[in-house]
Ligand binder design. Structure first.
Ligand code: NAD
Length: 376
């Protein structure tokens, strides 16, 4: 460790290094070591430089535990522009074809897979084979068997796998979960959730080939995942219907709308809807015997929690909650990167490992089956 070497130096020896320009080169690492977490920063290579990758990279840059040290892109000019922004050397820019050379790059510890859904499995497995830890965007992939193969590949390579479910690291979401676990709402009976948007023509996410399915894969998964983290249970029974209203070329290979219900082992019922045809005010509501809570939006900031419950039971005054997380984007991405970095440095299992993504893929399979749509 450079930091250990430097810490063993006297002030005079350190000044000498400074004169040679060496101390300055070593300082970023020393600073990271001084920030705890056992020492150094975890260094990420970003695979796919689209919209979500931008949030992730800004989140990493804003934080203090992680660093962007590699890029994989099909557009060299774009990659060079971003490399200059994040101080990535030209030698650590790869194409999709030659990214396996990353194995030799000691300045990359982990990758962030931010590609279209149907590419997640291939790039996760290649990265694992290159000896890199993987944080992969949701949905984990486009079939149950791919999810299993990703988990197996990461296990075989002895690298960690985390699925980027950013809301599992978001404080207001965590507060909603805690309120339910603490019994503030009494016995939970039902959950109601929606998430959707009016998609532009030509988006890869609305194709079976790259998206793997319709809005359920992309945004409906938030309602599914929320119902699971809110109940702490796995759904065991499903009903579902799907439809396509707009025959304007956007939905030639996937459905436009899906509505589904899930019954959990405790008897809690969840009712969810997702669309690519309308801008939805995304939310979930949880109804219990002593009150309700609602979290509005699954967005990158402004997560608002409202609740009303009667702690003393029937006839006692209600307690009302209305609070919004003031943290701004890209804080959720910073928190998520911090978590994976900590797991890598301290050899812990991520809170949202590959198995969490696999469970969503299994449930998505059940929802599609109930809707009579083939999946995988
Ligand atoms: P995007 O279209 O903005 O970016 C995709 C990137 O992949 C682009 O840089 C594109 O050049 C590259 N790419 C490589 N091969 C491609 C191909 N054959 N077709 C299309 N693009 C190709 O997409 P995005 O919104 O950044 O989504 C990327 C992933 O992140 C998806 O899996 C999506 O579900 C996920 N996502 C997660 C969140 C979140 O909040 N966690 C939000 C948005 C997207």
């Amino acid at each position: 460790m450079i930091g250990e070497v430097l810490m063993g130096l006297t002030r005079r020896e350190f000044s000498k290094l400074g004169a040679l320009g060496l101390a300055a080169q070593m300082l970023p690492e020393v600073k990271a070591e001084a920030q705890g977490g056992g020492g150094r920063k975890v260094r990420y290579c970003v695979i796919g430089l689209g919209r979500i990758a931008d949030h992730f990279m800004r989140g990493v840059q804003q934080g203090s535990t992680s660093q962007i040290t590699g890029l994989v892109s099909g557009h060299r000019d774009k990659a060079e522009r971003i490399a200059a922004q994040y101080g990535v050397p030209a030698s650590s820019i790869y194409s999709y074809e030659d990214m396996d050379r990353m194995r030799e790059n000691k300045a990359i510890d982990a990758v962030y897979v931010a590609l279209p859904n149907s590419m997640h499995a291939e790039y996760t497995i290649r990265s694992a084979k290159a000896g890199k830890h993987v944080i992969c965007e949701k949905p984990m992939c486009v079939s149950v068997s791919e999810a299993e193969a990703m988990i197996a590949a990461c296990k075989a390579a002895n690298v960690k796998l985390m699925i980027a479910y950013r809301l599992h690291y978001e404080p207001t979401t965590l507060k909603a979960i805690k309120m339910i676990r603490d019994g503030v709402l009494g016995k939970v009976q039902a959950i109601d959730s929606a998430n959707g948007f009016n998609i532009a023509p030509g988006e890869w996410r609305a194709t079976k080939k790259l998206g793997g399915g319709g809005p359920l894969m992309d945004v409906g998964i938030y309602s599914l995942n929320a119902a699971r983290y809110l109940t702490g249970e796995e759904p065991e029974k499903f009903t579902a219907v799907a439809s396509t209203i707009d025959h304007d070329g956007r939905f030639d290979t996937v459905e436009e709308n899906t509505a589904w219900t899930m019954r959990f082992p405790s008897g809690i019922l969840a009712s969810c809807v997702t669309t690519y045809g309308a801008s939805m005010q995304s939310y979930y509501k949880v109804f219990g015997s002593k009150g309700w809570l609602e979290v509005g939006s699954f967005g990158y900031q402004g997560i608002r929690l409202r609740a009303s419950y009667t702690a003393g039971g029937r006839g006692t005054p209600a307690t009302n909650v209305d609070e919004t997380n003031p943290e701004l984007d890209p804080k959720q991405f910073e928190r998520q990167a911090d978590h994976f970095t900590e797991c890598i440095l301290e050899n812990k299992t991520p809170k949202t490992p590959g198995e969490e993504g696999l469970r969503d893929m299994q449930h998505i399979q059940s929802i599609y089956k109930a809707a009579g749509i083939s999946f995988g």
